[in-house]
Design a protein around this ligand. Structure first.
Ligand SMILES: Cc1cc2nc3c(=O)[nH]c(=O)nc-3n(C[C@H](O)[C@H](O)[C@H](O)COP(=O)(O)O)c2cc1C
Length: 200
C-alpha cells in the first residue's frame, strides 16, 4: 500500500489573554500533528491582532477594500485539508477570540473539510460546554466536525509550557484517537472533492 501523504492543517487558537494557556495547547497539538507528518499553520488571534469582527471578508461590497491579511488567510483556509480548533471555555461558552477570528471568513471557505475540537480549562470539566457549542458553530461553517474530541481538564497541570504532556494517559489516547479519525475524514473528503468537486 502506498504511504499516506501528510495533510495541510490549520490550527485556530482561541485566546488573546495575557499568560494564556492557549499557547501551550497549540504547541501540544502542533507537535502531535507534525509527528504524524502533517504540515501545520497556527492561526493565532493574538499575533494577528484583528480584534472583533469589523467586517467579515464576504461582507465587503468591493473585496479589494478588505485588508490583505484577510485575503491571505482566506486563501490558506480554502487550501487547507482540515481545521483543528483549540478552544478555551469562557463562561460556559466559546471564547470571543475564537468566534471572531473564524467569523471573518465565509462558510464556503471552510466547506467540506473536517474539523477537530480541542478544549481545555483550568478546572475539572476541560471546556466540555464550549465543545458542545463548537459542534454547532463548526457545522454552520460547513465543516464536518469529528465525533472524537480532546478535552483537557486542569490544563496547567496536564501540559507544560513547551507543549509536552506531563503524564501519558487519557490525554495522549484521546488526542491520538481524534487524529486518526480526523485523518480518515480529511483524506476521504479530499478524495471526493478532487474527484467530484463540491455541490453548487
Ligand atoms: C472570562 C473567563 C471566563 C471563564 N469561564 C470559564 C468557564 O466557564 N469554565 C471553565 O472551566 N473555566 C473558565 N475560565 C477559566 C479558564 O478555563 C482558564 O482561564 C483558561 O486558562 C482559559 O484559557 P486561556 O488561558 O487560553 O485564555 C474562564 C476564564 C476567563 C478569563
Amino acid at each position: 500500500m502506498a504511504a499516506k501523504s501528510g495533510l495541510n492543517i490549520m490550527v485556530f487558537l482561541g485566546s488573546v489573554r495575557e499568560n494564556r494557556m492557549a499557547t501551550r495547547v497549540g504547541k501540544f497539538i502542533q507537535k502531535l500533528l507534525e509527528k504524524r507528518s502533517h504540515t501545520v499553520e497556527i492561526v493565532d488571534p493574538k499575533a494577528l491582532d484583528l480584534g472583533e469582527v469589523i467586517q467579515p471578508l464576504h461582507f465587503y461590497k468591493d473585496p479589494a477594500e478588505a485588508p490583505a491579511i484577510l485575503h491571505e488567510l482566506n486563501d490558506k483556509i480554502k487550501k487547507a485539508d482540515g481545521f483543528v480548533v483549540v478552544a478555551a471555555e469562557y463562561n460556559s461558552a466559546i471564547s470571543p477570540a475564537l468566534c471572531s477570528i473564524m467569523d471573518n471568513f465565509p462558510p464556503l471557505s471552510y466547506a467540506y473539510r473536517p474539523s477537530a475540537i480541542v478544549t481545555y480549562s483550568m478546572g475539572q470539566f476541560g471546556g466540555i460546554r464550549a465543545a458542545m457549542q463548537l459542534r454547532q458553530f463548526l457545522s454552520e461553517l460547513t465543516t464536518v466536525h469529528m465525533p472524537s474530541m480532546t478535552v483537557i481538564p486542569k490544563v496547567h497541570e496536564a501540559i507544560t509550557e513547551d507543549g509536552e504532556v506531563t503524564a501519558e494517559g487519557p490525554l495522549t489516547k484521546a488526542s491520538e484517537a481524534m487524529c486518526k479519525q480526523f485523518e480518515w475524514y480529511a483524506r476521504a473528503l479530499k478524495n471526493e472533492r478532487n474527484s467530484s468537486g463540491i455541490p453548487k
